[in-house]
Design a protein. Structure first.
Length: 217
C-alpha cells in the first residue's frame, strides 16, 4: 500500500509539473507575440502633421481706368472707365498702335507680336478681357490670359523658376507671395529691354577692355 501511495504522489507531481510547463510556455509565447512587451525604446507617438502655409498670387487691383489729364479739387487725377467711351464707339479690330487714336492712348507703346488691342480686350464688355475662344475673363485673372500663348513661361512659372516671389520655400515655416505676369511685364510691350551694367568690369594689370567688355592680356 505504501508503494502505491508513493507512485500516486509521483504521478500527481508530474501532472502539476506538466501544467506548470504549459502555463509558462503560454506566457512566453504571448510575450514574444506582442511587440509592446518586448524590451527596448518605446516607439514614438505619431507626430501631428505640419501646417502647410498658403501660396498667394498677387492679382491686379481691379478694372483699369484711364487718366483724363485733369485733376479734381484735391489735386487727384481724374480717371474714367474704359466703357465710358468704348460702349458708344464701333470697335476697330485692326488697331495695333496708340498713334492712330485721337482721344486717348496716343502715348501707348505697343509691341506684342501681331496682336491687336482686341486680341485681348473684350469688345463686347471692356470691363473684362477676352480669352482665345472668345469667353470673357476678369482682369484679376490676367495670368491665365497670358498662359494661353506663353506656355513655356507659364510652365516655368508653375515650377517656380519664372516670376518673382517673396516668403518661404519651405511652406511649413511660412507662406509665400508670388508675382503675377503684369507685376513685371507691361502687357502692351512685355519684352524686357536690353540692360547694360552700370559699371564695367575692373581691369587687371596688363589687360585692356574692348568696347564689348571682353578682357584681353
Amino acid at each position: 500500500m505504501a508503494g502505491e501511495a508513493r507512485i500516486g504522489k509521483i504521478a500527481f507531481g508530474g501532472v502539476i509539473a506538466l501544467i506548470g510547463v504549459v502555463f509558462v510556455g503560454v506566457l512566453v509565447w504571448t510575450w514574444l507575440a506582442r511587440n509592446d512587451l518586448k524590451p527596448g525604446p518605446k516607439a514614438e507617438e505619431p507626430s501631428t502633421p505640419a501646417v502647410i502655409h498658403p501660396v498667394t498670387i498677387r492679382t491686379p487691383a481691379g478694372i483699369p481706368r484711364v487718366a483724363t489729364g485733369e485733376v479734381d479739387s484735391q489735386g487727384q487725377p481724374v480717371t474714367i472707365a474704359c466703357a465710358t467711351c468704348h460702349d458708344t464707339r464701333q470697335p476697330n479690330y485692326e488697331t495695333r498702335s496708340g498713334t492712330t487714336l485721337k482721344d486717348f492712348h496716343q502715348g501707348l507703346h505697343f509691341a506684342h507680336g501681331n496682336q491687336s488691342c482686341l486680341s485681348c480686350h473684350n469688345a463686347t464688355d471692356y470691363d473684362t478681357l477676352k480669352q482665345a475662344d472668345g469667353r470673357p475673363l476678369e482682369f484679376s485673372q490676367t495670368l491665365m490670359l497670358c498662359a494661353q500663348c506663353h506656355g513655356p513661361q507659364f510652365r516655368d512659372y508653375q515650377n517656380g523658376s519664372h516670376g518673382g516671389m517673396q516668403g518661404h520655400w519651405d511652406l511649413t515655416r511660412g507662406g509665400r507671395t508670388r508675382n503675377t505676369c503684369t507685376d513685371c511685364h507691361d502687357p502692351h510691350h512685355p519684352a524686357y529691354p536690353e540692360v547694360m551694367p552700370v559699371f564695367p568690369p575692373k581691369m587687371v594689370r596688363g589687360e585692356t577692355i574692348t568696347p564689348h567688355g571682353e578682357n584681353h592680356p
